[in-house]
Ligand binder design. Sequence first.
Ligand code: ADP
Length: 213
Amino acid sequence: MNLLLYGPPGSGKGTQAEMLHKRFDIPHIATGDILRNEVAAGTPLGLKAKPIMAAGGYVPDDVMIGIIRNRLAQPDCVNGFIMDGFPRTIPQAQALDELLTELSKAFDRVLYLKVETSELVKRLAGRMTCPVDQKTYPPGTRTCPADGTKLVQRDDDKPDAVKHRIEIYLEKTLPLLDYYRARHLVSEIEGVGTIDEIHGSVLSALEKARVTN
Ligand code: ADP
């Protein structure tokens, strides 16, 4: 089962993708996490991506396409994958289509997590992240409930970067919705509610579309 989690920053894609990963045992490919690991390791890619990410901008398409090409070639993707954070632009989507065709694969479903902009700003501004596993927690949380690590604020969760992330999403990423709607792949899911409620809606959408593992 090949899934794409699509939605604005802060819509809960990462959280839902993790739940799908546990339920269906297929890898969760999160380009944001891949980039953050490169930044933490201080690789040439990480050094290039760091200031772009901190400002809430987009890393160049060719770099991102290279990352995804390598990731999809890994053996754990044979039975499916959950893509989160890629594609983010029309050229990325076109390149991904070509790549999937080369690999004789295709998306089974695009799950669109719908959340109003005002709610996104509320969620992102002040959200805290565990530096170990990158999980995020509501504003005001100080330590990671899983391992007690001191939580940090991601540079791109600071107010100016949040504003830029939403603007660039509306300009560059929102057009992908029509791109995938034209292919009849999109299930729209209300992204407001508890994590379990939203997970339930995701599973219902997959059943309704007759997408099974
Ligand atoms: P969010 O979806 O909450 O904005 P992510 O963790 O998915 O955060 O991504 C963090 C940052 O990584 C983005 O703001 C961007 O700078 C960079 N990034 C991730 N994926 C891509 C991509 N496909 N194209 C360009 N930049 C990307």
